[in-house]
Ligand binder design. Structure first.
Ligand code: ADP
Ligand code: ZN
Ligand code: ZN
Length: 731
């Protein structure tokens, strides 16, 4: 028998299958991890196919040396998924397979944890044994009295009898064995609240057909009870003997979510996220693999969980950017979910208060079934959003961070002994130029996206077309030299608050203050218990948290999210504003949101402040259609990186000239093509160049194939080459 093996080396040169002989004495199946001789050493690999013969000559074939696990690490579904990902993303095989197993399993870093157990041998007559034991041997009799035929016991629970157990084992009466035990992450179990489903919830739950592949978009405002819908659907799926995967963005994998699911589904739940220890992650994966856990809750990579007989996939906050993997291996969670939904003939549920424009477009066209939850469960009002014109503040003499309206509301909130959250947007480090007098923002003359300032070169650049502009010192619109660049930090906000409110507790939550493992939780818990108090934070505080006494949310620099110079920035801004606003007024007390902006008339603010997603969507989708952006086109980036600038530059030049041939033969399908240095020109000491293109959706398959083919020709080049389709981020 011959096995096709993919070796676990991520190098383009060995990115293919190798044939090995399967020795008779080894139990090797498709999907088994094996150790194979490779060159002068032994490495790990995956068996992906078994066959009778090989085209390789007999002398050159080597045998597999051993199986690494006594189970099939990769099942048939995942083997097909590997082919799909190869075809769709052109990933290296080893990179893909690594996604399917916990990192801990490779190179044997974490082992199955075992515990010694004992049981009576089957033929032992317990009563006889007891009677034949001396009456004075009370401990021994006591021990025997605890035993039953057919039961197993942990040795560690019977330590005081260990000498006797050893003796019984030597006599062949007891059998001691190693059995696998799992290191389960701890989670607080609380009594789940009991309530009747709202009509809308009931309708959504009933609408989902469990035995067909179909994508549903649950469009429900924040607080409309989407989680309850997900859990009820999972309950139905479990009743049918099937399994479920539910994904949430890493940032919203809070203890609250875990305890909700644990309380509802008990040990049936496995949790996968980055905060687990290696042992825990490995064991959760094993519990899923063995079918002991049938509900998987996790971040993006949990989409690869080895569940069999999948009955539903749920992607909560489906618009979240973290569902796209932006580093090698690059993939889109939605694609993988669709594949698994098809393979298992099961529904895929996308849920959001602010669906991605693409998803809503699919729903509008009827490809996804739209399920709406238009109201909060308790009919509580959404908090009022007041937009403050910061230019007006300046004109009237207030040049500080806080508008007068925000100061007033902060004072009120503190006097009422309630809590406030102040939000700063610090995604990425992009900065843009804006005139503080007239609100002018520097934009690309070709693309209508905001220019990004590159400090090293002192230039403004367009991240879409690569065009460069001189940095500004005066406003071209009003000639003012009051030009603002960059953003305010959380530290600065805290300092100013401390000056304004010396007696109020102020907490800060950002990347700097949450380095240690539990910092996140600690800060939130202390804030939660302190009244009055103010929490200042970044994206981290935008999601999921439920503080009933927060009545005020201030968005200090709302424009930051708007000017990130790509076509998705308004969409992201809308989602973020909605999320952040959702933090206010979650109990009886009315909530209020103060949104500070230098461009208060931007349409995104108008729609966000009315919570009018559909109006926003309509505006946005029209814009995309007119400007030929996704979903009406496909954006493709070829990213070329190398430690040597010359290597990257030469490679990108060569690829570009070939891409130009594709362009010539598809001229009418292209909206755009150019090559340039990447906006972030060096990362981890590697120089980065890119080729950007935009073309019609209808020809996407053909063009992408041709681009992949070109990139393949450069496989043995010294530079690394990555192809990204509709990337979230073009930095
Ligand atoms: P979403 O995910 O849509 O923002 P959640 O699922 O977090 O909303 O629900 C908000 C709150 O409403 C939660 O505390 C939840 O327990 C509660 N809830 C959900 N459904 C109901 C219901 N039918 N009746 C009363 N409360 C509910
Ligand atoms: Zn441009
Ligand atoms: Zn100006």
């Amino acid at each position: 028998m011959i096995a096709e093996v993919i070796v676990d080396i991520t190098s383009s040169e060995v990115d293919k299958v190798f044939d090995y002989i399967v020795p008779e004495n080894l139990n090797i199946k498709v999907g088994t991890r094996v150790s194979v001789p490779f060159g002068k050493r032994y490495i790990e690999g995956f068996v992906v196919k078994l066959k009778e013969s090989s085209k390789v000559s007999k002398e050159r074939l080597k045998p597999i040396s051993r199986a690494l696990d006594d189970f099939q690490a990769i099942n048939d579904e995942m083997l097909l998924l590997k082919d799909y990902m190869r075809e769709k993303y052109h990933l290296r095989l080893a990179d893909t397979l690594r996604l399917f197993i916990p990192a801990e399993m490779r190179t044997g870093r974490v082992k199955v944890k075992t515990k010694k157990q004992f049981r009576l041998n089957d033929d032992v007559n317990l009563e006889e044994l007891f009677n034949s034991t001396r009456k004075s041997a009370t401990a021994q009799r006591e021990f025997l009295g605890l035993l039953k035929n057919g039961e197993t016991y942990f040795l560690s629970d019977y330590e005081k009898y260990s000498a006797y157990i050893k003796k019984l084992s030597d006599m062949g009466i007891l059998k001691i064995e190693d059995t696998e035990v799992y290191r389960a992450p701890k989670s607080l179990v609380v009594q789940p609240p009991k309530f009747k489903h709202t009509k809308e919830q009931e309708r959504a739950i009933e609408a989902v057909k469990l035995d067909e592949k179909q994508t549903y978009l649950i469009f429900g405002v924040t607080g409309s009870g989407k989680t309850e819908v997900y859990m009820s659907l999972i309950e139905r799926v479990l009743k049918e003997g099937k399994t479920a995967i539910m994904l949430v963005p890493e940032i919203s994998l809070t203890p609250q979510i875990f305890s909700n699911f644990k309380s509802r589904f008990g040990d049936n739940v496995a949790i996968l996220h980055s905060g687990l220890s290696s042992g825990e992650r490995y064991d959760e994966w094993r519990r899923i693999h063995e079918g002991e856990a049938r509900v998987v809750v996790g971040a993006r990579s949990a989409i690869f969980a080895p569940v069999e007989n999948l009955g539903i996939i749920i992607i909560d906050e489906e618009h979240d950017g973290s569902y796209s993997s932006e580093t090698n291996p690059r993939y889109k969670t939605h694609d993988i979910a669709l594949f698994r939904s098809k393979f298992n003939s099961c529904p895929l549920i996308l849920g959001s208060a602010t669906p991605s424009i693409e998803s809503f477009y699919h729903a509008e066209k009827g490809e996804y079934k739209l399920l709406e939850l238009p109201a909060r469960v308790n009919n509580r009002e959404m908090p009022k959003i007041q937009i403050v014109d910061m230019l007006n503040e300046i004109r009237e003499g207030n040049t500080g961070i806080f508008s007068r309206a925000l100061k007033y509301e902060l004072e009120k909130c503190i006097n009422e002994k309630r809590q406030a959250i102040l939000f700063l947007n610090r995604r990425g480090f992009t900065s843009f130029f804006m005139c503080k007098e007239c609100g002018y923002v520097a934009k690309c003359t070709d693309c209508d996206v905001t220019l990004v300032y590159h400090k090293a070169e002192d230039r403004l650049k367009c991240h879409y077309c690569g065009k460069r502009y001189k940095a500004l010192t005066v406003c071209p619109n009003c000639k003012s030299s009051y030009i603002k660049q960059g953003a305010i930090g959380t530290q600065k906000v805290v300092e100013e608050l401390e000056e304004l409110f010396p007696n109020v507790k102020i907490y800060r939550m950002d990347n700097d203050t949450t380095q240690s493992k539990d910092a996140h939780q600690r800060i939130l818990a202390t804030f939660g218990n302190t009244k009055p108090s103010i929490l200042v934070g970044t994206q981290m505080i935008a999601k999921g948290h439920d503080f009933p006494d927060v009545t005020l949310v201030g968005i200090i620099d709302a424009d930051q999210s708007l000017y990130q110079s790509d076509y998705r920035s308004t969409e992201r801004a809308f989602a973020l504003l909605t999320q952040v606003s959702g933090r206010a007024g979650r109990s009886e007390a009315e909530g209020k949101v103060i949104l500070q902006s230098y461009s208060p008339r931007h349409y995104v603010y108008k729609f966000a402040s009315n919570y009018n997603y559909k109006a926003f969507y309509n505006k946005e989708i029209n814009l995309r259609e007119v400007t030929h952006f996704p979903p009406f086109s496909t954006i493709l980036r070829v990213l070329v990186t190398s430690e040597k600038e010359e290597v990257a530059k030469d490679t990108v030049k060569d690829i570009y000239s070939k891409v130009c041939d594709v362009f010539s033969s598809h001229r009418s399908d292209f909206f755009y093509l150019d090559a340039m240095k990447s906006p972030i020109s060096r990362i981890k000491n590697k120089t980065r160049f890119q080729i950007l293109m935009r073309f019609t959706k209808s020809k996407e398959d053909d063009i992408i194939k041709e681009i992949y083919k070109i990139c393949d020709e450069f496989k043995s080049s010294k530079a690394s080459i990555f192809v990204e389709i509709d990337p979230q981020n073009l930095s």
